[in-house]
Design a protein around this ligand. Structure first.
Ligand SMILES: C[S@@+](CC[C@H](N)C(=O)[O-])C[C@H]1O[C@@H](n2cnc3c(N)ncnc32)[C@H](O)[C@@H]1O
Length: 328
């Protein structure tokens, strides 16, 4: 599947995590990292870099990388379908971690120059070792925190699972600087939680004050998000990620052979694109009558019931959560 992290590379990362008898240290590190990220979700006071040792960076590679990769790949699939002619030459990936988003992007676009901005040396090191050799581009790493000037202008700018780690008061300035550094498309991906969605809402709100800025996706329209005003709802999507044996061992209580990674995203573009009339914002259900939760081009979130007798039925039958479609 296009969203799955490559098996052979995953196996060599897992082998490195287990080598030298350090498997148990990496497993403990994975628990520590998960606990720290859970605290970050509930207590926005802790804004230090979340990974503090080589073992924790390896734990991230085993426990989180396949899922964040899959979320990125799912988003890029949609961006490509919205902008089939877009072909970035120059990419900037901020809060790049090991280069997850860049690696996923390299499977969709053939870019020649990549700049990765990442202040955590352990993540830079694992990225240089495992992911960079898989990316066919000139690669430059910058040991830099977001907040200062970003040099250069890039066709594609990526911020994956990073803006929620930034203090609220700094976020607006950082989003502005990402847009200023972008000559084509800016893609922001966050966890599919209320916190992640609140970051995406901030981006959408700000985007309306940017010049020459179009909300490309996932929204079929650029106005208020209809879910912003509904208690207990937030716009998010889901991608299924295979679990390896090592991944199951690391996550106590994990028995299934897969996990569902929830994510929220937004892509801003300098060019207007043809947006779909509807986007699925939940799993489709039903057999003879398909029930689709959608967001529509008029800014409404609603449920469409499509009976087998309808002309549309064939087209929507195979649609997945996150897909866009038109009714003609
Ligand atoms: C959850 S990781 C995501 C890594 C990668 N983008 C991915 O999708 O897998 C968050 C990353 O943001 C980086 N980060 C956190 N605060 C940052 C800041 N103020 N400036 C730049 N990077 C930051 C962390 O070092 C870490 O690599």
């Amino acid at each position: 599947m296009v969203h799955q992290f490559p098996h052979a590379l995953r196996a060599s990362i897992e082998e490195a995590a287990l080598s030298g008898g350090r498997g148990s240290v990496v497993s403990v590190a994975a628990e520590d990292v998960s606990a720290r990220y859970r605290r970050l979700e509930s207590d926005m006071g802790n804004f230090q870099l979340q990974l503090r040792t080589e073992e924790e960076a390896l734990a991230y590679m085993v426990a989180r990388l396949p899922a964040t990769y899959a979320a990125n790949a799912r988003v890029f699939e949609e961006v490509c379908s919205l902008m089939p002619e877009f072909s970035p030459a120059n990419v900037l990936d901020v809060g790049a971690g090991p280069g997850t988003a860049s690696f996923a992007a390299s499977n969709f676009w053939d870019f020649s120059r990549l700049t990765l901005l990442e202040p955590n040396r352990y993540l830079r090191e694992v990225g240089q070792k495992f992911l960079c050799p898989e990316i066919d581009a000139e690669i430059l790493w910058a040991d830099q925190f977001l907040g200062g000037d970003l040099s250069g202008v890039h066709d594609l700018v990526l911020a994956s699972y990073v803006l929620n780690e930034i203090e609220d008061k700094k976020r607006e300035g950082i989003i502005r600087s990402l847009w200023d550094a972008c000559s084509g498309v800016l893609v922001i991906i966050e966890t599919g939680t209320p916190l992640g969605f609140s970051v995406i809402e901030d981006v959408r709100r700000l985007a309306r004050s940017f010049e020459n800025c179009f909300i490309e996706g996932p929204c079929p329209q650029s106005g208020e998000c209809p879910l912003s005003s509904v208690d207990g709802r937030w716009c998010h999507f889901s991608v299924r990620v295979e679990r390896s044996k090592q991944h199951k061992n690391m996550k106590s209580g994990a028995t299934l052979g897969y996990e569902d990674e929830k994510f929220s995203w937004v892509a801003l573009s300098r060019f207007e694109v043809n947006r779909p009339e509807y986007r699925l914002i939940g799993s489709a259900t039903g057999g003879k009558v398909r029930s689709l939760q959608v967001c529509d081009k008029n800014g409404e979130a609603r449920t469409l019931e499509i009976a087998k007798s309808s002309d549309l039925y064939k087209r929507v039958k195979k649609l997945d959560w996150g897909d866009g479609f038109c009714d003609e």
